[in-house]
Design a protein around this ligand. Structure first.
Ligand SMILES: NC(=O)c1ccc[n+]([C@@H]2O[C@H](COP(=O)([O-])OP(=O)(O)OC[C@H]3O[C@@H](n4cnc5c(N)ncnc54)[C@H](OP(=O)(O)O)[C@@H]3O)[C@@H](O)[C@H]2O)c1
Length: 327
């Protein structure tokens, strides 16, 4: 039986005004799929890249990759999930900006009782990203000094708390003093306000001229070279996003000149494609959240219908922490 669903789609790329609420008929889940009634939906920067066309999608397209809800139907061949299960996901196919959807069962994770729908929608994508960055790309060790850009943002606030709990000394960057206060209260030992300070000079001053062993950089175009200059020889540049625009092609010689640097450009999908790895990462994430080691700051909550305004706030750097859309 078909059900009417409200889905935010784009029919062309552009500004927030291209986000349009469409009513669609949703059929039953196909083989390998489940139907999920969404209770809360996460907002992520990747949806801006799709909306603007930086990451192309076939149009028209729905958007959204992170949501939590309840399974309302199970398609043929699905094992391990049943109607009524509380679940969340942080993966394509796109379509999380919706009241209800069908999707493959593989990327779903069951929620423990201690994790509510809003929290799950806030942390599945951003928290799993923090997990793979800090635990698997460059495993942060006690005593490391690390640099994390956009420290008051969605990924940033979660990751800086987690890195601190792992024993690191955390240097964050933010654009305003208000964001600096928030970052300092959530894992950062030092904060560089990029509108006032010279990041390379401050990092060098804070590390006795040595630089840091790792930079986590999701700002992209505006910070890439600065980040390389903050690294010590053999340090790792983790370029995991492009909030300020895509990074220009990088001459390999830059890595040699700065002392055999390592450069990686990771994506969450390659760290969660394997079901066992996904479950293990989610277990670790839920554990740090339920123990209060990592506090979840949902600093913006708004109806799904206001998703255009949510995009505006995110791209104009007016959000902090996580944003949750309510269907
Ligand atoms: N590769 C992956 O697996 C992966 C997964 C998740 C997220 N990401 C990336 O991680 C980043 C953070 O995602 P998020 O959803 O948590 O967003 P967010 O950090 O809440 O928002 C982006 C932040 O970037 C900073 N920024 C610097 N220059 C900017 C500019 N020109 N325009 C807009 N923002 C700018 C702003 O902080 P300040 O004002 O303090 O500078 C802004 O608040 C994004 O780049 C995203 O694509 C990557």
């Amino acid at each position: 039986m078909n059900t009417s669903v409200q889905t935010v789609r784009i029919h062309r790329t552009g500004g927030p005004d291209v986000l349009q609420m469409d009513t669609l008929e949703l059929g039953p889940p196909q083989a390998g799929e489940v139907q999920v009634e969404h209770k809360a939906i996460g907002l992520n920067f990747i949806e801006v890249y799709w909306r603007t066309g930086l990451y192309p999608l076939p149009l028209p397209s729905s958007l959204g990759t992170e949501a939590a809800g309840v399974i309302t139907a199970v398609g043929p061949g699905v094992t391990g999930f049943q109607v009524g299960d509380r679940v969340a996901y942080a993966s394509g196919p796109v379509g999380a900006y919706s009241t209800r959807r069908n999707m493959p069962a593989q990327p779903l994770v069951k929620l423990p009782d201690g994790i509510g729908f809003d929290t799950a929608a806030a942390i599945m994508l951003k928290g799993l990203t923090a997990q793979y960055l800090l635990r698997r790309v460059y495993p942060v060790k006690a005593g490391d000094t690390i640099l994390f850009h956009a420290a008051a943002g969605g990924v940033g606030l979660l990751a800086c708390q987690w890195a601190k709990a792992l024993g690191a000394r955390v240097i964050g960057t933010v654009s305003t003093r208000a964001k600096a206060e928030l970052a300092l209260a959530n894992g950062c030992d030092e904060v560089i306000v990029t509108s006032e300070d010279n990041t390379v000079e401050r990092v060098k001053a804070l590390t006795s001229g040595k630089g840091v062993p790792v930079v986590y950089d999701s700002v992209g175009k505006d910070t890439f070279v600065t980040s390389l200059d903050c690294l010590k020889p053999r340090g790792m540049m983790v370029s995991f996003g492009n909030a300020s625009g895509a990074v220009d092609p990088v001459p390999l010689g830059w890595l040699a000149q700065r002392g055999s640097l390592v450069l990686t450009r990771p994506t969450l999908a390659s760290f969660t494609a394997d079901s066992a790895e996904l479950q293990e990462s989610a277990d670790e994430l839920f554990d740090v959240v339920m123990r209060g080691v990592v506090k979840v700051h949902i600093n913006q909550r708004m109806p799904l219908a206001d998703v255009g305004r949510a995009h505006e706030l995110l791209t104009s750097r007016q959000t902090t922490g996580c944003t949750v859309l309510l269907p």
